[in-house]
Design a protein around this ligand. Structure first.
Ligand SMILES: [Mn+2]
Length: 320
């Protein structure tokens, strides 16, 4: 499949590149990396998102070309390249109509991806979608620029937690080495991503820690935030994205869960596990999805009910 996708991209022009709603570093890095590489190859391409780029990623090259929605798209795309999008309902509603006029190339590493594209390159053991973007570009004979490498490296270190998470192998470091060889400055990227948080994020973290509860014999750490907290602090929702990781950093903890009440009838839960609990299965039971050790769900349950349900499901998973 990779050969076929590489050939199709080589032989065609006019690509729209998209990713999932609430994009993380892998989503945005893969999106901008693929977009910039297509442009460098002389192709017509546009990176399209459903909402503004999160502030955290404003250091990335290509960000100024991101279009919000379809109003300013100036060409008819022949292919839509969907990156890191686990399911079609993870595409922003503002841009789903693209699908009517163009074929979809689905490039992803979520194990739950059903292969909704016309062409699918889904590799669950890949560390990040950006690894698959790199492989395809390499197959195409594309020579890596420092700008594209920066984007792909950002994606890689985000999805591996700076090479801390499960699934990191010698291959991960080989890819990292290729990207650094292309001219990426590791500290420049890690500083932007992990040492330049706005003060508002620290205040969110403080609230999260104040409210945390240790349950299930110390194996679950759970906390809650709500939309009013974000408003009061002046933080955007994207600033809370990786806070949940903090909740699993303690000895004996197997699952960290951060619940956020987004509105009166919508809550979300971010789940992280450390050893054996498959949080993507727990999220799937409630209508969400993700990876074994990192998953999430949006739910119309009240915060209290969602929390009770999660504690129950995690309790079962810990017993089995
Ligand atoms: Mn990813």
């Amino acid at each position: 499949m990779i050969e076929q996708i590489a050939r199709i991209i080589n032989e065609h022009d006019r690509f729209v590149v998209i990713t999932h709603v609430n994009p993380d570093g892998d989503a945005i890095g893969s999106l901008l990396g693929m977009y910039l590489a297509l442009r460098e190859m002389g192709k017509t391409a546009a990176p399209i998102m459903g909402a503004e780029l999160p502030v955290l990623y404003e250091f990335l090259p290509g960000r100024q070309d991101v279009q919000i929605g379809l109003a300013h798209l100036e060409f008819n795309a022949s292919y839509i390249i969907a990156l890191d999008v686990a399911a079609e309902n993870r595409i922003a509603p503002e841009i789903t109509s693209l699908r009517q006029s163009a074929k979809v190339i689905n490039i992803d590493h979520h194990p739950t991806n059903p292969g909704y594209g016309d062409l699918n390159y889904v590799v669950p053991h890949a560390n990040a979608t950006s690894q698959l973007v790199f492989e395809i570009l390499h197959k195409m004979g594309y020579e890596l620029s420092v700008d594209v490498a920066k984007c792909l490296y950002t994606a890689l270190i985000t999805d591996t937690g700076c090479f801390k998470f499960a699934g990191v192998t010698n291959k991960t470091f080989e890819l990292a080495a290729r990207l650094l060889e292309a001219g990426v400055d590791n500290y420049e990227i890690t500083r932007y991503l992990f040492e330049e948080f706005p003060a508002s994020r620290l205040l969110l973290e403080k609230l999260m820690l104040e409210r945390l509860e240790v349950l299930l014999d110390g194996k679950l750490v759970i906390s809650c935030l709500n939309a009013e907290d974000y408003d009061k602090i002046g933080a955007s929702l994207s600033e809370g994205e990786s806070l949940v990781n903090k909740l699993r950093e303690t000895r004996g903890v197997e699952v960290g869960a951060l619940l956020t009440k987004l509105s009166d009838n919508l809550c979300k839960a971010s789940l992280r596990s450390k050893g054996f609990v498959d949080v993507s299965a727990i999220a799937a039971e409630l209508g969400g999805g993700g990876h074994r050790r990192a998953a999430g769900v949006k739910s119309s349950l009240s915060l209290g009910n969602l929390k009770a349900k999660l504690v129950e499901l995690i309790g079962h998973a810990l017993e089995s």
